[in-house]
Design a protein. Structure first.
Length: 76
């Protein structure tokens, strides 16, 4: 029971990190890590957000190479 809950929380954390990476990629906005004063906590946050960027890149690469997705030009 506890192991299932751990996997659920880990998956949720990955989703949040990936969404934050998508926001950064599309808008340029990201969490301000300079406000974190604890060096080990700041390093953990950088690692966490970096993992989200890696996952986002893998998902984006899969979508680009998939036949199920198409490119729609942006309308002005």
């Amino acid at each position: 029971m506890a192991l299932g809950r751990l996997f659920h929380y880990a998956f949720d954390a990955i989703i949040v990190s990936t969404v934050l990476a998508g926001v950064k990629k599309n808008s340029g906005f990201s969490p301000d890590l300079n406000q974190i004063t604890n060096p080990s906590l700041k390093s953990a946050a950088e690692t966490y957000l970096g993992f989200g960027e890696t996952v986002f890149g893998m998902i984006q690469g899969s979508a680009v190479n998939s036949g199920y997705f198409t490119n729609h030009p942006k309308k002005d």
